[in-house]
Design a protein. Sequence first.
Length: 139
Amino acid sequence: MSKSYWLLKSEPDVWSIEQQKKAGPKGAAWDGVRNYQAAKNLKSMKLGDLCFFYHSNIGKEIVGIVEVIKEAYLDKTDQSGRFVAVSVKFIKKLSKPITLENIKKNKELGHLPLIKQSRLSVMPIDPKSWKILINMGKI
């Protein structure tokens, strides 16, 4: 089965790429998602899927890559029991972050939810766009 690609947004003052790195191989829960579309995306994630780690609000840039190590489970931070979390582990920090400004300048990426639905915190990335972004980040 083929791998899927995603983008996960986090405010760096809440959960940063450095904190994700410090979580080590056991990873950390990606929780606190309360948007139904984003939650549906979390439920679609499979073991081994790769995700860009995006610093939102402060920075507005892709700063790293994480891997899904545990598929959707009930989010312990959700009292209603309706939302899920996944666990991800740190894979790589980008030596050169990919800014939202540069992503917007690339016409081949204009269809991405990052541009079309800027408030969405968990979104799919198609394989072609993943490769373009990997090249932009010189990974």
